[in-house]
Design a protein around this ligand. Structure first.
Ligand code: ATP
Length: 361
């Protein structure tokens, strides 16, 4: 599905001003979300921001306190009695996969079908097992499968009744790290091939950015920004979104005529994305991530700051540098560029793209 399809025109799922209260606790506080046909939209946000509650309301396991939820154009919550979960055409893949241990793989997949013993059901199960790469595994017991295989069975089972919307709640959190990375690519392929509309929930930003058609960044029970992974990463519309994605630092800067003055040098004002006229004399905070900055050893007198932390990430180092004004920035380096904690360094902006910026707090 093309990312530029307008989700408003072919919305399969629409949440409007949805609120969920538990007593005095507000879990979801006015959430709007539109998901277009065939899209995978991921709700990304910190623990407790209301992601799971939102998913549970879409599934019908919770009722919204306010607002409406529509699936395939039908209001399922918000007008009259809420539609029960089983009548919503919504599938749910749980974290723990929840397979039936006493049923075979094929029987698990057939479970949600109206007539699981029919020839048609048998064909559908065979097709789905083929789709998830388990064509030969129909007769096995779930107990004899690996974690990744179990997840694919769970996915095939939720796809079997052809739901309008498939919900995935932290679908990779029970898998070890290397399997998680492989499975998320695999799941994305399966969802694309099945052409299913899906909403997933995670607090793992890398996962959200790598598999989603669009990412909805949730903060405090509402969507703070929604856009393609590139949009939310490169053009975060708020400091919260900026800080939540990538290792962000904010570099204080002042705009003077044609230039932007920072603690790590003076740059052309084109450095700042979409900076209009009338900003001369203003102070701004520029969003910088580790790959935007490079450090070089410098004599104390020429240094912009000092290395305060060395973070080994495997393929690279990230050096945390405290600038003279107290700001801490992070610089990405390969293995040949090694510095010691305490070493004075000069810092240069090497970004090859315009940077997002925010008014000072
Ligand atoms: P996590 O990533 O940790 O799963 P989340 O974003 O999915 O978090 P939710 O589980 O939706 O967050 O919870 C949102 C808020 O609502 C939290 O403050 C939580 O404590 C509260 N909450 C969730 N369910 C209930 C409940 N049944 N009763 C009372 N409060 C609840």
């Amino acid at each position: 599905v093309a990312a530029d399809d307008d989700p408003e025109t072919d919305a399969v799922l629409e949440l409007t001003d949805v609120v969920k209260r538990y007593g005095s606790e507000t879990a979801v506080s006015g959430l709007d979300l539109t998901v277009g046909e065939g899209e995978l939209v991921t709700l990304l946000g910190p623990s407790g921001c209301g992601k799971t509650t939102t998913l549970r309301m879409i599934a019908g396991l919770e009722t919204a306190s306010e607002g409406t939820i529509a699936v395939g154009g039908d209001v399922v919550d918000g007008e009259g009695a809420p539609t029960p979960p089983e009548d919503r055409d919504v599938g749910l893949v749980f974290q723990e996969f929840a397979l039936f241990p006493h049923l075979s793989v094929a029987e698990n997949v057939a479970f949600g079908l109206d007539d699981p013993d029919s020839a048609e059901a048998e064909r559908r199960v065979a097709d789905l097992l083929e789709l998830v790469g388990l064509g030969e595994y129909g007769d096995r017991s779930p107990a004899d499968l690996s974690g990744g295989q179990r997840q694919r069975v769970a996915l095939a089972r939720s796809l079997a009744p052809e739901p309008d919307v498939l919900l995935l709640d932290e679908p990779f959190s029970n898998l070890d790290v290397s399997l998680r990375v492989r499975m998320r690519e695999e799941v994305k392929r399966i969802l694309d091939e099945a052409g299913v509309t899906a909403v997933s929930v995670t607090h793992d930003q890398e996962e959200a950015l790598s598999i989603s058609d669009r990412v909805a960044v949730v903060n405090d029970g509402r969507v703070e920004q929604v856009g393609s992974p590139g949009e939310v990463f490169e053009h975060p519309t708020s400091r919260f979104v900026a800080s939540f994605l990538g290792q962000a630092s904010f570099l204080p800067a002042s705009v003077t005529g044609e230039a932007v003055e920072t603690a790590v040098g003076s740059y052309d004002r084109d450095l700042l994305a979409g900076l209009g006229d009338g900003y001369a004399g203003s102070s701004v905070d520029v969003l910088v991530r580790p790959d935007d900055l490079r450090a070089t050893p410098a004599p104390e007198a020429d240094a912009d700051g000092v290395v305060v932390r060395r973070q080994y990430t495997g393929p690279s180092f990230v050096y945390h540098v405290r600038l003279h004004d107290g700001t801490v920035v992070r610089c990405l380096h390969n293995h040949t560029e090694e510095f010691e904690v305490g070493e004075p360094v000069a810092v240069t902006l090497v970004a090859d793209h315009a940077l997002a910026w925010y008014p000072p707090e």
